[in-house]
Design a protein around this ligand. Structure first.
Ligand code: TPP
Ligand code: SF4
Length: 251
């Protein structure tokens, strides 16, 4: 008697084992994107743009054509690809150091131009790859390698809320913030990612899904505490929800 599988690895990801630290949710967010691309049956028609950060090796993990952009430039690279290959689905996968710091201009202008691309923005409030330095998204009071006494608004400024900020732009079509801290929220995150790719399918324009993500290594806490920290500390500063949805106006 053969057993019916209850869970299978998505075809949207390659067989490569990821290099992420235990308790890091980058891998889970990858899986959600992979599942959406597979369920939409668009793996052959998708081009992903990996950024610089811990997710730089995303080009090894997504089972689609991938390119790798210089730090922060993924939305500009995605713009070029989409304009040359308008029938392809084009997405970027970027951390908060990549998108909110060095790449803030590219993100703002791609949104303002209403490029028909999808940005997956993994916000873990820190530079993971380079050793846990402060990011523009780090919380007030958050201890990082460059703010050992905690981020002080008077010295380092206050956190940038990317979703809220980009939602003010007319060019942005769909902006939602979700979280990867438990199963229910992962399911919601998957729905949001699906919606973003559906927007792109109809030629709807720019979408960005911000996913609150863990970095137990950079935060200096264990995997379970990191999931709790999203709930207790990140969500109050980065509330979940839809910040822009102009798909209704388009119909
Ligand atoms: C032009 C340039 N400047 C700086 C760096 C160093 N650098 C690599 S990754 C990174 C930050 C990554 O942080 P984030 O985007 O939040 O991703 P995470 O590693 O947390 O997933 C920086 C500053 C670089 N690679 N290239
Ligand atoms: S350093 Fe942080 S973001 Fe990078 S893989 Fe480890 S836990 Fe994930």
């Amino acid at each position: 008697m053969s057993m019916k599988p209850v869970f299978e690895r998505t075809k949207g990801l390659t067989e490569a084992a990821t290099h992420y630290c235990p308790g890091c949710t980058h891998g889970m967010i990858h899986r959600l994107v992979g599942e959406v691309l597979d369920e939409m049956n668009i793996l052959e028609d998708t081009i992903g743009v990996a950024s610089v950060g811990c997710s730089v090796l995303a080009y090894e993990y997504f089972n689609v054509d991938m390119v790798q952009a210089a730090h922060g430039r993924a939305p500009a690279v995605a713009t070029g690809i989409k304009r040359v290959e308008p029938t392809k689905f084009v997405f970027t996968y970027q951390g908060d150091g990549d998108l909110a710091s060095i790449g803030i201009a590219e993100a703002i202008h791609a949104a303002a131009r209403g490029e028909n691309i999808t940005v997956i923005f993994a916000n873990n409030c820190i530079y993971g790859m380079t050793g846990g330095q402060m990011a523009p998204t780090s919380l007030i009071g958050q201890k990082t390698a460059t703010t050992p006494f905690g981020r002080d608004a008077k010295v380092q400024g206050s956190p940038i809320r990317i979703s809220e900020m980009l939602a003010t732009l007319e060019g942005a079509t769909y902006i939602e913030r979700v979280s990867a801290h438990d199963v229910m929220h992962l399911q919601k995150a998957k729905k949001a990612i699906r919606k973003a790719f559906e927007v792109q399918k109809t030629g709807g324009g720019f979408s960005l899904i911000e996913v609150l993500s863990t970095c137990p290594t950079g935060w200096g806490i264990d995997a379970n505490e990191a999931l709790e920290w999203i709930k207790s500390d990140m969500i109050p500063v980065y509330p979940l929800g839809v910040f822009k949805d102009s798909t209704k106006e388009m119909k």
